[in-house]
Design a protein around this ligand. Structure first.
Ligand code: MN
Ligand code: MN
Length: 388
């Protein structure tokens, strides 16, 4: 039993209490025990936590869900998680044939397929087009302003994560084709398309956003040949087709502009075995936006000047690490932990604490930290795995 739960977590069946080594006291309530069980390190933080660090967690389960015939969508933006200024996220479900309306927006759109299959379409500023079918583990990226659509395919449509490179973005404020038709004078539309106003009698009176459409046929039959050809750099990328960088505690797949040239959002898909650790590190580029796909983990963020705060995460949570702050992610569950690290930057870049120490003159490191010589020597023998 003792080995089946992580430090700070009460054994299943026991009510977790904020009591540690004679400090604290039980919480007689009112309380939400289910939430306390999900956040054991908020209820009872490690003694190393200290000072004020902003909230770095928000669950999609705490968001408004926009429900339509054909699917639903919910979002975690800067309004839900104020610290998250660089990126905002949406999880969206489309039924078989369900359509996310033809639209565009000011932010770029990065996506990861979580479930099922979908067909994506886009046209660029040179009149070149793109149509592709995506399934679990595939990414797509639409640069800002590029018009696009998404449609769920056989057998059961799709669910996916969308990430926009503006924390203040809202998926409820996109430029939608039916919305524009509804708000352009009919005579102007007739003139623009060279048709009669009677031909436009059936157009919708408002945005459609998500609606139940006709299930499309095979991909090849759905292609439209543009005289300008297809987009020169694919808008989709098969992340799971990439061999992960395997390490003792897990593995990682990275997609950034080096292997997915169109993207300006870099990603790492990290898998950590039970008990494994995404090593202590930080990033040299920008903030990190996380989405937890599977399992349970904890992260402590070191914010300098004695400040540190620990959070617990599980599937469906968004995590956030402000620029340059040190952090780790530890698998605290009994199964694998899988999550995405996302950066508003074309390249993935991080600094390993271990590697930094190993590549610095050892006496200097020992003088700082009072470490035995064998500890510093051990660092130099490592391959500095991302996950240990
Ligand atoms: Mn979009
Ligand atoms: Mn990181």
């Amino acid at each position: 039993m003792a080995s089946s739960f992580h430090a700070g977590q009460a054994p299943s069946g026991e009510v977790p209490q904020p009591v540690r080594n004679g400090a604290g006291a039980t919480d007689p309530g009112p309380r939400n025990i289910e939430r306390d069980r999900q956040n054991p390190h908020l209820l009872l933080p490690p003694v190393t936590d200290h000072g004020s660090v902003p909230n770095l967690k928000f669950s999609f389960s705490d968001t408004h869900n926009r429900v339509h015939e054909g699917g639903w969508a919910r979002e975690v933006t800067q309004r839900e998680l104020p610290v998250a200024t660089t990126l905002a996220g949406v999880t969206m479900r489309l039924t078989r044939g369900g359509v996310r309306e033809l639209h565009w927006h000011k932010a770029s759109e990065w996506a990861y397929m979580l479930y099922g299959r979908a067909r994506i379409t886009a046209v660029d500023q040179e009149g070149r087009n793109f149509v592709d079918d995506v399934s679990v583990g595939d990414l797509w990226f639409f640069p800002a302003g590029i018009p696009h659509s998404i449609q769920g395919l056989e057998e059961d449509g799709a669910e996916f994560l969308l990430v926009f490179d503006d924390g203040d973005f809202s998926e409820n404020e996109t430029f939608s084709i039916a919305d524009w038709f509804a708000h352009a004078p009919r005579d102007v539309l007739a003139k623009n398309f060279g048709v009669s106003e009677a031909d436009l009698a059936g157009i919708p009176s408002s945005e459609r956003y998500i609606f139940q459409g006709t299930v499309p046929g095979p991909l090849e039959a759905d292609r439209v040949v543009s005289p300008k050809g297809e987009v020169p750099s694919a808008f989709s990328y098969r992340l799971l087709a990439q061999s992960p960088i395997r390490t003792p505690g897990g593995g990682v797949r990275i997609a950034d502009a080096t292997n997915f040239p169109i993207t300006t959002t870099a990603c790492a898909l990290v898998e950590i075995e039970p008990g494994g650790l995404r090593e202590l590190h930080w990033h040299t580029t920008t903030d990190e936006w996380q989405y937890y796909i599977e399992g349970k983990g904890r992260m402590t963020v070191f914010a300098n000047s004695g400040r540190a705060r620990t959070f617990d995460y599980q599937a469906g949570d968004v995590g956030y690490v402000p620029f340059a702050m040190g952090h780790y992610i530890e698998n605290t569950g009994e199964g694998p932990l899988r999550f995405l690290e996302l950066f508003k930057h074309s390249r993935f870049a991080d600094i390993s604490l271990n590697q930094w120490m190993a590549l610095t003159p050892p006496q200097l490191v020992r003088d700082h930290l009072h470490l035995p010589e064998r500890v510093v020597a051990r660092l130099r023998q490592e391959k500095w795995p991302v996950v240990r």
